[in-house]
Design a protein around this ligand. Structure first.
Ligand code: 5FX
Length: 482
């Protein structure tokens, strides 16, 4: 591996992030200083795919949400082109990345050969466009596999049994139920699939020029891996689809090297042939690693397209809510996580409707309304929510006798609307109260010693202040590329 003392002068580290709405690159120096960054936004920079927020919503299949696999390939190429004038790729000693969790890619039979013989004179898109048995990658926002979830749970003895085995009960967005749906509804696609990658292992595969392993941490987001043994669970594989193990390949620890960068990138982009590709992992596990979360009393909140809450724990105690994944940096430990689908896009919706599409006005409303909003509480689901699993809808309540110290006289009544100021406070408070409630139920530290906030909205000080009010602890955030 790359020892820090043996690093060449000017060594660089390239971190990539393949997320729902964009791909991003961050380049770090040997001293861990950010020296360059770049982004490719799918909707605005690759408009020919006609995605909205990086995804397609299928009007004929309720809850089906997917992305065009090849768009991620084109975005990677464009990202490297945009980065080229800013850094010398030959100085990059290691590259790794994050992928949106759960999303999956279906490599067609024969594609390993294509991947390992890419011609550096041609684009990746032109060579990989026919490499998939389906052009559609189901992603984490999908909620169309409830039937498959119940079937897999029932086959292994129930939801709790599945959770004890894999770290989570069956969730619609998890890759196992998604694979089962493809096997059931499009058996020819399943049959013609040589390898199934996660978004993380898919991007690593392109960089190494062969199928990269799924890492154990992102692998735990599939409802397929034995959370204690960190191997595929035979019982769950059988309950999901036939001959699945060979289509998944081996698992690898999140911190292992996937291989050296392929000759395609050496010749086309002048990377050094010794540059390591380190296993990619999921965006949330990598946030945990990047935030160097190593104290059990700390909680992290990531405010992005999805909102997530996570912490670390020594033991795996999976239950009916939330997820247990292997800790990506502590080989014997675990991370625990809650995920909400209605994150930044839902906050943006309320901003657009109530705050003239301006974050300044939104923040001003947050600052001038009191904590707990004089009893005006709301729950806003622009998309089918994961936690709690509820359909699309905005729900607003006024709690009466709110100042009364006892909870006996509290009475809530549902209302159709709030004034704009209260609406703004209600959405953010509703999100944070839900996080606090579920985090407590899941056995996460209460109150946390401190919260570390990350993700796009963590640059919003008014939101950070509100998090501190709801959780009753200090809130910190991290340096972000400008
Ligand atoms: C986690 O379980 C999720 O589904 C999301 O946070 C995705 O990882 C977003 F990319």
């Amino acid at each position: 591996m790359v020892g820090r003392s043996s690093l060449p002068d000017g060594a660089l580290f390239l971190g990539l992030d393949s997320s729902t709405q964009s791909v991003k690159a961050t380049v770090l120096s040997n001293e861990l200083i950010i020296v360059a960054s770049e982004t490719v936004n799918f909707d605005s920079e690759l408009p020919h795919y006609k995605t909205e927020g990086g995804v397609y919503r299928d009007p004929t299949d309720d809850g089906r949400i997917y992305s065009p696999t090849i768009m991620w390939v084109e975005a990677l190429e464009l990202l490297l082109e945009k980065l080229k004038p800013k850094i010398n790729f030959s100085k990059v000693v290691a590259v790794s990345g994050s992928g949106q969790q759960h999303g999956s890619v279906y490599w067609k039979k024969g594609s390993q050969a294509v991947l390992s013989s890419l011609d550096p004179g041609k684009s990746l898109v032109s060579q990989l466009k026919d490499a998939f048995s389906t052009m559609d990658s189901p992603i984490w926002m999908d909620s169309s596999t409830t039937k498959q979830c119940r079937e897999v749970e029932n086959a292994v003895g129930g939801a709790l049994e599945l959770s004890k085995l894999t770290g989570s009960r069956a969730y619609e967005r998890f890759t196992g139920p998604q694979i089962r749906k493809i096997y059931q509804t499009a058996p020819h696609i399943y049959e013609n699939t040589e390898r199934i990658s996660l978004v993380s292992s898919f991007m690593a595969s392109i960089l190494v020029g062969c199928y990269a392993s799924i890492d154990e941490t992102d692998g735990a987001g599939m409802n397929l891996m034995d959370i204690n043994k960190r191997t595929w669970s035979k019982a769950v594989l059988e309950a999901t689809a036939p001959d699945l193990e060979q289509k998944l390949g081996n698992l690898a620890p999140a911190c292992a090297a996937a291989g050296r960068i392929s000759s395609y990138f050496v010749e086309r982009h002048q990377f050094d042939k010794n540059c390591f590709v380190i296993q990619w992992s999921g965006d949330n596990p990598n946030s945990l690693a990047g935030l160097t979360l190593n104290t059990p009393g700390d909680l992290a909140i990531s405010l992005g397209t999805s909102d997530t809450v996570f912490g670390i724990t020594a033991e795996a105690k999976p239950s009916l809510e939330g997820h247990v994944f292997p800790n990506p940096v502590e080989p014997d430990g675990y991370m625990v996580m809650l995920c909400y689908k209605n994150g930044s896009l839902t906050r943006e919706d309320v901003r657009n409707q109530c705050a003239e599409k301006s974050w300044d006005i939104f923040n001003n409303y947050l600052e001038k309304t009191p904590p707990l909003n004089g009893g005006r509480l709301g729950f806003y689901y622009k998309d089918h929510e994961i936690l709690p699993p509820l359909p699309v809808g905005f729900h607003r309540y006024i709690v009466e006798n709110f100042s009364d110290a006892s909870s006996d006289n509290l009475k809530e009544c549902e209302v159709q609307e709030f004034d704009p100021e209260s609406e703004v406070r209600a959405i953010v408070e509703g999100q944070m109260l839900s996080m606090r409630g579920h985090a407590e139920r899941f056995g996460m530290p209460n109150p946390p010693k401190r919260i570390i906030a990350t993700g796009g909205a963590s640059s919003n000080e008014s939101i950070l202040k509100l998090i501190a009010q709801i959780f009753g602890c200090p809130v910190f955030t991290v340096e972000r590329p400008g």
